[in-house]
Design a protein around this ligand. Sequence first.
Ligand SMILES: C[S@@+](CC[C@H](N)C(=O)[O-])C[C@H]1O[C@@H](n2cnc3c(N)ncnc32)[C@H](O)[C@@H]1O
Length: 253
Amino acid sequence: MVLVWDKTLFDEMYSAVLWTHGVRGSPKVPSAAGYYWIGKKASAERQIAVMLAKPGFASLSDIAIIGGGYGWTAEILIAAGINAISVDTSPHILATQATSEETEIRDALTARGFDPDNLPTLMDPDDPNAVFTGDPFSIWLRTDGKRTSIAVVGEDMANNGSRNKVKQALPGNLDGILTEYALDSMETDAESLELIERCEQLRPNPAAQVVHLISEGVGDLRLNTKTQAEWRTLLDDNGFNDHFVAKSNGVWI
Ligand SMILES: C[S@@+](CC[C@H](N)C(=O)[O-])C[C@H]1O[C@@H](n2cnc3c(N)ncnc32)[C@H](O)[C@@H]1O
């Protein structure tokens, strides 16, 4: 059975450390269980910086990020001058993409025993020795007050019609397909291979690059986690020899 990436699963799998420099006089650092922009931003920026340094990737013009969530990684590519979209089937992502994160972060803090309107003294994100006197939510929420500036494409790419909608969502001609921690968000090899096959079907020609970004050692037994070498073997054994397997540190095989 395919895992449904609903709010409960995102809350179990992701947590945002809301104050990297801690809380004065307390070992308890406010964090919020869940999938939030502030929790993903820095790692997505690092991840894209190493990808753009790879030969070939920076020259792509139109990238579909499969399992791209709210499109925070797509936003970083767009800022780098590359057309990018997020394709994601998560009911939670599709239902909440046009809303603010504020209520969810407040609820997550309350669930951790914090009063969101009376938080402990937090340290400045730019200076760990200084107390931050502003409103923490001014850091945690995006300046546009939204969750994302991307319209997530809710297509599963199971047939030509669905795949065409993905292609049409890009301003130019699709030449890059990036699965973003989607292969290992499945439960079985069969499910992962089905998504890989859909990516191959989406691929307009062999010159289009396909990159599967994976994580190793997530440690959740529900997920189909593998080492990078094991993904390589699975792809090769099934004829996907020219798909890359990428780790966020820039190691591609
Ligand atoms: C582990 S989450 C990663 C989210 C985001 N890429 C990130 O790195 O923060 C995996 C995502 O893949 C999406 N996904 C799984 N199967 C998919 C499919 N067949 N088509 C599109 N998205 C899919 C899920 O909905 C979920 O949002």
